[in-house]
Design a protein around this ligand. Structure first.
Ligand SMILES: *Cc1c(COP(=O)(O)O)cnc(C)c1O
Length: 406
């Protein structure tokens, strides 16, 4: 077993070597522009894009014509939100989303608010679930779109996509789903689930970075329409201009094909690894709390908080294991994760949370090693914690009245 161990597969996934093999020819001799109509270089590239489009569509139960290639899920989300807001401006100016969505949905939503739109941010319960009743009650005759993700990237909680789609269809509202994390494990069927727009990213499913897709439902009557956000040349049916990144798209197609073929077995394998990790930790440590839903969650996601340890020290203690923490220290502020906050997790537990993101290349041996390192580190840190000692004695630390000096 080699270290460092990569266990941050919600941030990005390693490129599958089988994907790289498909990409390489399009970075070398098959370098043509897929829009060149007059020679074999162009035809070859166009064929690769075609194959990839069919593979991505196949993964979703969509038809190839309904897939627009983009630079990633951030762009797909922007195109879905801005494109629908602009096109359906006459119909209304209200959008519904949720407090725990990815920033690539929340930030465009905020932007739309500045442009005069009204946005409803649904609450979640402590497991990260929305209330379908609250969703139904939020829909007005001005509502253009519901944007809710498939699987949460921090806490793994799955939204009830099929129920949301049914509600959206009944009420004549568009349903956009950011399925970046969900697509690898959820068996999504855009037609059956009444999804009108769906965002994907290749680098979360063992493909390359910088390429993604937006599914746009064309079967619905009237057809789902968007106003493009990038203009120039009319590529992708005019929905997304710019020369296609052929090698990345070819890789994305291969990645989608592999997911489709291997998904059921891989989901079961990840679930077993995740349970092993969770059990291994909680059987040896007390005061450990799961964030997100116990069962309705991404099979590779384990987000847990360790009371009475400091998040930073814990991360330092297990630094040969690549994971994420619930403190968004990257953003220079020491704000705890807005997702955990929306669940009602207190600042202390949010700061001591760790997101383990298991993926295709993680092994049982790595999981066992991780359990050992986490248990050892948490025990060592707690030995120095008077609060932990009090908690063990049954004292409710949150109710302790500190004397002066504290
Ligand atoms: C990673 C991620 C994104 C952003 O995708 P990019 O392709 O990196 O732009 C959007 N939504 C979710 C849920 C993600 O996990």
């Amino acid at each position: 077993m080699k270290t460092p161990i990569y266990m941050d597969n919600h941030a990005t996934t390693p490129l599958d070597p089988r994907v790289l093999d498909v990409m390489l020819p399009y970075l070398k001799e098959k370098f043509g522009n897929a829009a060149s109509r007059n020679h074999s270089f162009g035809w070859e590239a166009d064929e690769a894009v075609d194959t990839a489009r069919k593979a991505v569509a196949g993964l979703l139960g969509a038809s190839a014509k309904e897939i627009i290639f983009t630079s990633g899920a951030t762009e797909s989300n922007n195109l879905a939100l801005f494109g629908a807001a602009e096109y359906y401006r006459e119909k209304g100016s209200h959008i519904i989303t949720c407090k725990t969505e990815h920033k690539a949905v929340l930030d465009p939503a905020r932007w739309l608010e500045q442009k005069g739109f009204t946005v409803t941010y649904l609450d979640v319960n402590p497991q990260g679930e929305i209330s379908l009743d609250q969703l139904a009650d939020s829909i007005t005759d001005k509502t253009v779109m519901i944007s809710l993700m498939a699987a949460n990237n921090e806490i793994g909680t799955l939204h009830p996509v099929e129920e949301i789609g049914r509600l959206a269809a009944e009420r004549g509202v568009l349903f956009h789903c950011d399925a970046t994390q969900g697509v690898a494990h959820m068996d999504l069927d855009v037609k059956k689930m009444n999804i009108d727009l769906l965002s994907l990213s290749a680098h979360k499913i063992y493909g390359p970075k910088g390429v993604g897709a937006l599914y746009i439902n064309r079967a619905k009557k009237p057809r789902v329409r968007l106003t493009p956000i990038i203009h120039g040349g009319g590529h992708e049916n005019g929905m997304r201009s710019g020369t296609l990144n052929v090698s990345a798209i070819a890789g994305f197609g291969k990645a989608a094909e592999l997911i489709r073929r291997e998904q059921p077995a891989e989901t079961a394998r990840l679930l077993a690894l995740r349970e092993r990790l969770h059990q291994g930790i909680t059987s040896q440590l007390d005061f450990v709390y799961l964030n997100g839903h116990p069962t309705r969650r991404h099979p590779g996601n384990l987000n847990i908080s360790f009371a009475y340890v400091e998040g930073e020290s814990l991360l330092m203690g297990i630094k040969e294991i690549a994971v994420s923490s619930g403190s968004a220290c990257t953003s220079a502020s020491l704000e705890p994760s807005y997702v955990l906050r929306a669940l009602g997790v207190g600042d202390d537990l949010a700061h001591s949370s760790i997101r383990f993101g298991l993926g295709r290349f993680n092994t049982e041996e790595e999981v066992d090693y991780t359990i050992g390192r986490v248990v050892e580190t948490v025990n060592r840190l707690r030995e120095m914690s008077p609060l932990y000692e009090m908690a063990q004695d049954g004292i409710d630390v949150s109710k302790v009245q500190w004397g002066p000096g504290h």
